[in-house]
Write a protein that binds this ligand. Structure first.
Ligand code: C2E
Ligand code: CA
Ligand code: CA
Length: 601
């Protein structure tokens, strides 16, 4: 790495010094005298290099220095000559270091390496030094020639590079890479010492929302404040790292010998972190209160892979987050199994569409007289080993992973085909399809629906899309825009599970919808529980006021049916009228009945 230039200069200088010595001895020789002078001039010239140099006698007393020496060390020639080079010693190296240096010089004739020296002004600096012993004809050492150059700049650059590779520029905390280095060392130490350490994975709740609303600069400043708080109260040997975004990792190096104590300590630290972060942060004119979810795992150096503790802590973090956030969770092996099952399910779900394992079921919807006016389309997964998987077991995961978009598209296309087929057979039927929030929010959803209708030539008048009321709360304006686009296609829109999403009447009145579906949880207590009954009546009144039709879901008993009829509820759906059935079964046996017998008194 260090250039060979110092060596060349040094070698040249030595040759010159030796030659001049030889030549001096033959000074009497007149012919050569002039040549000797020339050599000496050359030696003096070589001594003028940019590198600092000095020459000592055999005892190590400085005899000559060059101007670069003065520039580097601050000592003039007058100050240095006659002194021992220990004048430059920084005190950073021990006696053994100097002993090794002298041994090399006597045995090998040279020494080179990094050395910390002290300038006249007291400043300590690193330098690269090369020292060579100069011998006479008999082999006796008569001089030492040292040349050296300042390494401060290189050192600073190296350090800057190291910082860049190992520290996060925003918080100045160790980054993921350095965290892993520390973790590996800590694992090895824990194994040797037979004690436990812990990894805490900290994730700020709702940080993205604040950062989106207030801008990245505010977000950055909050992260910096969190970094300061996290470091402030931890022991100096513990490591806090910024993993990126709003995620931090804490490494508690030596907690305790016993697992119980280690768990207790780690939990204590986690609670302290939560407390520290929950103190309001003042940023300009605003006050922010941050919550944090924390996943913890212990390590003892027995782990299979080096990154296992961080992964386990992350798994525990996910558990903390799904437990409602602002919580602390310890990693347990059972969590791992759950994660693995989920991952396996996700992989299988990806293949479900290709392998044609998805099935469509239809459940009848009836009017006040019990006549079938349509059906809701309900998805099932015919799994090769698990059997018929209900949607509650896979739709949430499909929603999370985004697979719901492909699934929803498949359902829509199948149903449009079915609609076209029924219309062609002169038996059109109103079909209601569930649309998940993620599917609804995908770019150009309305255009995709139009494409499905066009491709199958299905009549949109027979199609209803069921969306959840939560969409309105998240982003009313955006939701209204998409609903209007859909409405313009000529289809119907229904709000599913109505009453569970806390949407206000004001929201509801602004949405271009046709229908409300009363959630089955409201029907459960009807008619005996007066509160439930009152709620259903209220929803029906709202719907009447807004001129929306209503489908009551989960109708299981004749009493419920009678109550709904008395309240003039338009449509009903529930086990009383029929369970969801495969499309072909529905078309062959349920639909021909037309008027379902029970509940139509
Ligand atoms: P949902 O839209 O509220 O569907 C109604 C659920 O209530 C269905 O469950 C249905 O079988 C059940 N149900 C109907 N009548 C009764 C009754 O009288 N009593 C009781 N206790 N339950 C009744 P299912 O089929 O298991 O579907 C569950 C949820 O899965 C659906 O709730 C819907 O949110 C979702 N889902 C189903 N198919 C799809 C789909 O194609 N796409 C999307 N995005 N979600 C779907
Ligand atoms: Ca539904
Ligand atoms: Ca529902």
């Amino acid at each position: 790495m260090h250039s060979i230039l110092p060596w060349l200069t040094l070698t040249l200088l030595m040759v010159i010094v030796m030659l001049s010595m030889v030549l001096q001895r033959t000074r009497r020789d007149c012919v050569r005298h002039k040549q000797a002078e020339a050599w000496q001039e050359l030696a003096a010239l070589a001594f003028e290099t940019a590198e600092a140099m000095f020459v000592t006698d055999r005892r190590g007393i400085i005899q000559r220095v060059n101007p670069a020496f003065t520039r580097l060390t601050g000592y003039t020639a007058a100050e240095a000559i006659g002194q021992n080079p220990s004048l430059l010693q920084s005190g950073r190296h021990d006696a053994a270091f100097y002993a090794a240096l002298w041994r090399d010089l006597f045995v090998e004739g040279r020494w080179a390496g990094e050395i910390w020296n002290r300038r006249k002004n007291g400043e300590i600096y690193p330098e690269w030094a090369s020292i060579t012993a100069v011998r006479d004809d008999t082999g006796e050492i008569i001089h030492f020639v040292a040349s050296f150059f300042d390494l401060s700049k290189q050192k600073a650059a190296e350090e800057a590079l190291h910082r860049l590779a190992h520290y996060d520029p925003l918080t100045q905390l160790p980054n993921r890479r350095l965290f892993f280095e520390h973790l590996n060392t800590a694992q090895a130490a824990a194994r040797r010492g037979a004690y436990h350490g812990a990894v805490l994975f900290v994730d700020l709740d709702d940080f993205r929302r604040i950062s989106d609303a207030r801008g990245h600069e505010t977000g950055d400043r909050l992260i910096q404040e969190v970094a300061v708080r996290l470091t402030r109260f931890l022991r100096s040997e513990d490591i806090v790292a910024h993993l990126g975004g709003d995620r931090f990792a804490v490494l508690l190096i030596k907690l305790a010998d016993s697992e119980e104590s280690a768990i207790r300590f780690a939990r204590g630290v986690a609670e302290k972190i939560r407390l520290a972060l929950s103190m309001p942060i003042q940023q300009q004119d605003n006050t922010y209160v941050l919550g944090a979810s924390i996943g913890i795992t212990l390590f003892s150096g027995q782990e299979k892979t080096a990154d296992e503790p961080l992964k386990q802590a992350e798994t525990a973090l996910h558990q903390a987050q799904s437990a409602g956030r602002n919580a602390v969770r310890f990693f347990e092996a059972a969590m791992q199994t759950e994660v693995e099952t989920r991952m396996a399910l996700e992989g299988e779900m990806r293949r479900a569409i290709e392998r044609n394992e998805l099935r469509l079921y239809l459940q009848p919807q009836v009017d006040r007289e019990g006549y079938i006016i349509g059906a809701e389309v309900l998805l099932r997964w015919q799994h090769p080993e698990r059997g018929l998987v209900p949607p509650d077991h896979f739709i949430p995961l499909a929603e999370e992973t985004g697979l719901i978009i492909a699934m929803g598209e498949w359902v829509l296309l199948e149903i449009c085909r079915l609609l076209a087929r029924l219309t062609a057979a002169g038996q059109p039927l109103r079909l209601a399809v569930n649309v998940s929030p993620r599917q609804f929010r995908q770019p150009h959803f309305a255009i995709r629906v139009r494409a499905a209708l066009a491709a199958t030539r299905a009549d949109p008048a027979w199609l209803t899309l069921e969306v959840t009321e939560g969409l309105a709360i998240e982003d009313l304006k955006g939701t209204i825009a998409i609903l209007s686009e859909l409405k313009a296609l000529g289809l119907h829109l229904s709000i599913d599970d109505f009453g569970t999403g806390y949407s206000s009447l004001a929201y509801l009145s602004r949405m271009p919808i046709d229908e409300l579906k009363i959630d089955k949880s409201f029907l459960r207590g009807v008619p005996d529980d007066s509160r439930s009954a009152a709620l259903v009546e209220a929803i029906l009144a709202v719907a009447r006021h807004l001129r929306l039709s209503v489908v009551a879901e989960g109708v299981e008993t004749i009493e419920q049916a009678a109550f709904l009829k008395a309240c003039e509820c338009g449509y009903s759906q529930g086990y009383l009228y029929g369970r969801p059935e495969p499309v072909e079964t529905f078309l062959q046996s349920t639909l021909p009945a037309k008027r379902l017998p029970i509940g139509s008194s």
